[in-house]
Ligand binder design. Structure first.
Ligand SMILES: *[C@@H]1O[C@H](CO)[C@@H](O)[C@H](O)[C@H]1NC(C)=O
Ligand SMILES: [Ca+2]
Ligand SMILES: [Ca+2]
Length: 160
Protein backbone atom coordinates (compact mmCIF):
# COMPACT_ATOMS: atom_id res chain seq x y z
CA UNK A 1 0.00 0.00 0.00
CA UNK A 2 2.81 2.38 0.86
CA UNK A 3 4.50 1.43 -2.40
CA UNK A 4 1.27 2.10 -4.31
CA UNK A 5 0.92 5.52 -2.66
CA UNK A 6 4.51 6.35 -3.48
CA UNK A 7 3.98 5.41 -7.10
CA UNK A 8 0.81 7.53 -7.28
CA UNK A 9 2.57 10.54 -5.73
CA UNK A 10 5.58 10.24 -8.04
CA UNK A 11 3.28 9.87 -11.05
CA UNK A 12 1.39 13.00 -10.01
CA UNK A 13 4.58 14.96 -9.51
CA UNK A 14 5.90 13.94 -12.94
CA UNK A 15 2.52 14.68 -14.55
CA UNK A 16 2.13 18.09 -12.93
CA UNK A 17 5.69 19.23 -13.55
CA UNK A 18 5.31 18.38 -17.23
CA UNK A 19 3.19 21.51 -17.72
CA UNK A 20 2.35 22.91 -21.12
CA UNK A 21 5.63 24.69 -21.67
CA UNK A 22 6.76 24.80 -25.27
CA UNK A 23 10.15 23.43 -26.29
CA UNK A 24 12.96 25.30 -28.04
CA UNK A 25 12.01 28.28 -30.15
CA UNK A 26 8.25 27.90 -29.57
CA UNK A 27 6.85 30.85 -27.65
CA UNK A 28 3.46 30.10 -26.12
CA UNK A 29 0.82 27.41 -26.02
CA UNK A 30 -2.90 26.80 -26.09
CA UNK A 31 -4.19 23.29 -25.47
CA UNK A 32 -1.86 20.93 -27.28
CA UNK A 33 -0.43 23.51 -29.70
CA UNK A 34 2.62 25.73 -29.47
CA UNK A 35 3.00 28.87 -31.54
CA UNK A 36 5.73 31.15 -32.80
CA UNK A 37 5.43 34.48 -34.57
CA UNK A 38 8.02 35.33 -37.25
CA UNK A 39 8.65 39.02 -37.96
CA UNK A 40 10.43 38.51 -41.28
CA UNK A 41 8.79 39.65 -44.53
CA UNK A 42 7.82 36.50 -46.39
CA UNK A 43 5.76 35.28 -49.31
CA UNK A 44 3.36 32.48 -48.35
CA UNK A 45 5.77 29.79 -49.59
CA UNK A 46 8.73 31.34 -47.79
CA UNK A 47 6.72 31.54 -44.57
CA UNK A 48 5.58 27.94 -44.90
CA UNK A 49 9.19 26.82 -45.34
CA UNK A 50 10.32 28.84 -42.30
CA UNK A 51 7.68 27.16 -40.11
CA UNK A 52 8.62 23.68 -41.37
CA UNK A 53 12.31 24.35 -40.68
CA UNK A 54 11.49 24.76 -36.98
CA UNK A 55 9.34 21.63 -36.88
CA UNK A 56 5.88 23.07 -37.47
CA UNK A 57 3.58 24.50 -40.12
CA UNK A 58 1.76 27.79 -40.68
CA UNK A 59 -0.94 28.22 -38.04
CA UNK A 60 -4.32 26.59 -38.55
CA UNK A 61 -6.89 28.52 -36.50
CA UNK A 62 -9.95 26.36 -36.02
CA UNK A 63 -12.03 28.09 -33.33
CA UNK A 64 -13.13 31.46 -31.99
CA UNK A 65 -11.17 30.75 -28.80
CA UNK A 66 -7.94 29.99 -30.67
CA UNK A 67 -8.43 33.11 -32.83
CA UNK A 68 -8.96 35.31 -29.75
CA UNK A 69 -5.94 33.82 -28.02
CA UNK A 70 -3.64 34.47 -30.99
CA UNK A 71 -5.09 37.95 -31.41
CA UNK A 72 -4.21 38.65 -27.77
CA UNK A 73 -0.58 37.72 -28.36
CA UNK A 74 -0.47 39.73 -31.62
CA UNK A 75 -1.88 42.84 -29.94
CA UNK A 76 0.48 42.61 -26.95
CA UNK A 77 3.50 42.31 -29.26
CA UNK A 78 2.37 44.52 -32.13
CA UNK A 79 5.38 46.85 -31.89
CA UNK A 80 7.55 43.96 -33.22
CA UNK A 81 5.35 43.29 -36.27
CA UNK A 82 5.22 46.38 -38.47
CA UNK A 83 3.16 44.84 -41.29
CA UNK A 84 0.18 43.98 -38.99
CA UNK A 85 -0.44 41.00 -41.28
CA UNK A 86 0.53 37.35 -40.82
CA UNK A 87 0.28 34.28 -43.02
CA UNK A 88 -1.93 31.41 -41.91
CA UNK A 89 -1.84 27.93 -43.50
CA UNK A 90 -5.06 28.35 -45.54
CA UNK A 91 -5.39 28.53 -49.34
CA UNK A 92 -8.13 28.61 -51.99
CA UNK A 93 -5.77 28.22 -54.94
CA UNK A 94 -7.36 25.04 -56.31
CA UNK A 95 -10.96 26.23 -56.45
CA UNK A 96 -12.02 29.82 -55.76
CA UNK A 97 -13.52 30.30 -52.29
CA UNK A 98 -13.00 26.65 -51.30
CA UNK A 99 -10.58 27.20 -48.43
CA UNK A 100 -8.47 24.35 -47.02
CA UNK A 101 -5.51 23.98 -44.67
CA UNK A 102 -2.45 23.22 -46.76
CA UNK A 103 -0.76 21.15 -44.03
CA UNK A 104 -3.46 18.45 -43.83
CA UNK A 105 -5.77 19.28 -46.77
CA UNK A 106 -8.75 19.69 -44.39
CA UNK A 107 -11.48 22.14 -45.55
CA UNK A 108 -11.68 25.24 -43.35
CA UNK A 109 -14.93 25.52 -41.40
CA UNK A 110 -14.27 28.38 -38.96
CA UNK A 111 -13.60 31.79 -40.56
CA UNK A 112 -13.13 35.26 -39.12
CA UNK A 113 -13.11 37.46 -42.23
CA UNK A 114 -12.56 41.17 -42.03
CA UNK A 115 -15.65 43.02 -43.35
CA UNK A 116 -15.63 42.92 -47.17
CA UNK A 117 -13.32 39.89 -47.28
CA UNK A 118 -12.60 37.57 -48.92
CA UNK A 119 -12.66 39.69 -52.08
CA UNK A 120 -10.13 37.79 -54.21
CA UNK A 121 -8.83 41.21 -55.29
CA UNK A 122 -7.25 41.22 -58.73
CA UNK A 123 -8.62 37.65 -59.09
CA UNK A 124 -5.46 36.40 -57.44
CA UNK A 125 -5.82 36.35 -53.67
CA UNK A 126 -5.55 32.69 -52.76
CA UNK A 127 -3.63 32.69 -49.47
CA UNK A 128 -4.95 33.40 -45.99
CA UNK A 129 -3.71 36.18 -43.71
CA UNK A 130 -4.48 37.23 -40.15
CA UNK A 131 -4.49 40.91 -39.09
CA UNK A 132 -3.13 41.97 -35.69
CA UNK A 133 -6.74 42.90 -34.83
CA UNK A 134 -7.80 39.25 -35.26
CA UNK A 135 -9.73 39.41 -38.55
CA UNK A 136 -8.78 37.59 -41.74
CA UNK A 137 -8.08 38.65 -45.33
CA UNK A 138 -7.37 36.69 -48.49
CA UNK A 139 -4.12 38.01 -49.98
CA UNK A 140 -1.77 37.47 -52.93
CA UNK A 141 0.38 34.41 -52.16
CA UNK A 142 3.43 36.30 -53.48
CA UNK A 143 2.61 39.34 -51.33
CA UNK A 144 4.59 40.02 -48.16
CA UNK A 145 3.54 39.20 -44.59
CA UNK A 146 4.91 38.09 -41.27
CA UNK A 147 3.97 34.56 -40.20
CA UNK A 148 2.40 32.59 -37.37
CA UNK A 149 3.77 29.07 -37.00
CA UNK A 150 2.18 26.25 -34.99
CA UNK A 151 3.26 22.81 -33.88
CA UNK A 152 1.51 20.12 -31.89
CA UNK A 153 2.86 19.78 -28.40
CA UNK A 154 4.42 16.42 -27.54
CA UNK A 155 4.66 15.76 -23.82
CA UNK A 156 7.77 13.61 -23.47
CA UNK A 157 7.74 13.87 -19.67
CA UNK A 158 4.75 11.56 -19.25
CA UNK A 159 6.82 8.63 -20.53
CA UNK A 160 8.13 7.29 -17.23
C1 LIG B 1 9.35 44.48 -43.68
O1 LIG B 1 8.68 45.44 -44.45
C2 LIG B 1 8.36 46.63 -43.72
C3 LIG B 1 7.49 47.50 -44.61
O2 LIG B 1 8.03 47.62 -45.89
C4 LIG B 1 9.64 47.31 -43.28
O3 LIG B 1 9.33 48.45 -42.52
C5 LIG B 1 10.44 46.33 -42.41
O4 LIG B 1 11.68 46.89 -42.07
C6 LIG B 1 10.67 45.02 -43.14
N1 LIG B 1 11.26 44.06 -42.24
C7 LIG B 1 12.29 43.28 -42.59
C8 LIG B 1 12.76 42.29 -41.56
O5 LIG B 1 12.82 43.33 -43.69
CA1 LIG C 1 -9.06 33.38 -53.86
CA1 LIG D 1 -8.54 40.26 -49.83
Amino acid sequence: MLLLKTVVVITLIVYCSSSYSCPGVWEFSLGTSCYKFLNGNYTWVEASVQCRLIGGHLAMITSKEENAFIRGYAVRHQSHYSLYRFWLDGKDDESENHWYWDWNAVPIKFFNWNPGQPDNAGSRQDCLTFFTGGTWDDYMCDGVSHAICETEYVDTNTII
